[in-house]
Write a protein that binds this ligand. Structure first.
Ligand code: 3HC
Length: 303
């Protein structure tokens, strides 16, 4: 057939309704990006607690934009009105695109891509926001792996201008073309790469972050001085330890561990203190404490 809704190899699909699965830091940010650009969004999380957390995140983030005069109150209400929430994947039946942003667990992600098979139209695009797992492996859980692609946002998703579009050896060229066009329509810059743990940006970034954590562990310099060096010496918007707090120590650990397992590059062997801090519940901004302490979880202001 020549209908992109039925056949993933047909280009020119229009994306109107976007499902986002997993409403943590990244998922909620991705919901915001699509809702800001006029898409109807269905946000899914496993339970009402997860949904409430996602809704709260979106209200806080758009509320900050209102208080800074970047968004009108009526615009905020319209934006929030474009988002529906659900706790069942079956509610994504009408989605043209689904973006999965759950925990970095291959088993959990594969379960979702398997379940989506029964839910969405055959031509709907299924994307994963994974930062280090294999998009190819995730795609094999679906009967139409040609429509599976990586769409990797950066934290905070509403702010960062980059989206990595990850194609596997079986991703349909039509899907790649439609997705890069979509990313541009969100005001983001798409870069295209193959399916290797870390993709472009994280492969380069996480060796650096890991090295900074190791310097901190060795008490070579204070956290403030490590961060100041990169901000004021190299023009980075934030220092590496503050950035690990933003990304989450748990996520940082998982990404390093996966890259290390795949590439065996010592640069990516997670610094031991990372695991210790994660075990102690010091996850960064989202738990209120990491290398720094935060007023409220997710608050962009350090104390
Ligand atoms: N959600 C939505 N908007 C946010 C936000 C958030 N969490 N945090 C900041 N913003 C917005 C602010 O509202 C503000 O918007 P405005 O310019 O329209 O008023 C703008 O971003 C700038 O914020 P601030 O003035 O508060 O602070 P800064 O200018 O210091 O910017 C920052 C904060 C955007 C976080 C900046 O420091 C930065 O870009 N840091 C580097 C972040 C980075 O490297 N991210 C990539 C991490 S790796 C990754 O995500 C990959 C994954 O796989 C782990």
């Amino acid at each position: 057939s020549a209908d992109p809704a039925q056949d993933p190899s047909v280009p020119g699909r229009t994306f109107r309704t976007v499902g986002v699965i997993g409403l943590g830091t990244m998922g909620a940010g991705i919901v915001e990006v699509f809702a800001r650009h006029g898409f109807d969004v269905i946000g899914v999380d496993v339970d009402t607690e997860g949904v409430d957390r996602g809704r709260q995140h979106l209200e806080n983030s758009t509320g900050r934009a209102v208080s800074r005069g970047k968004l009108g109150e009526d615009e905020q209400a319209e934006l929030l009105g474009r988002v529906r929430y659900a706790t069942d994947i079956a509610d994504l039946a009408g989605a043209d695109l689904v973006v999965e942003a759950v925990v970095e667990s291959l088993e959990v992600k594969k379960g979702i891509f398997r379940a989506l098979e029964q839910v969405v139209a055959p031509g709907a695009v299924l994307a994963t926001n994974t930062s280090s797992l294999s998009v190819t492996e995730i795609s094999t859980a679906n009967a139409h792996p040609g429509r599976v692609i990586g769409i990797h946002f950066f934290n905070p998703a509403p702010v960062q201008g980059l989206v990595e579009v990850v194609r596997t050896v079986v991703t349909e060229p039509a899907v790649l073309e439609d997705v890069t066009g979509l990313v541009r329509s969100l005001g983001k810059n798409p870069v295209v790469c193959g399916d290797k743990a870390g993709f472009i940006a994280n492969t380069l970034l996480f060796g650096y972050l890991n090295h900074a954590v190791s310097m901190f562990e060795q008490r070579y310099a204070t956290r403030e001085d490590i961060d100041a060096a990169m901000r004021f010496g190299c023009g980075y918007p934030m220092g590496p330890l503050a950035l690990v707090d933003l990304i989450g120590l748990d996520t940082t650990y998982e990404i390093l561990e996966t890259m290390y397992r795949q590439g065996r590059d010592r640069l990516h062997a997670p610094t031991p203190i990372l695991k210790q801090m994660v075990t102690a519940g010091m996850l960064g901004r989202k738990s209120g404490r990491g290398f720094y302490t935060y007023e409220a979880p997710d608050s962009p202001r350090t104390v």
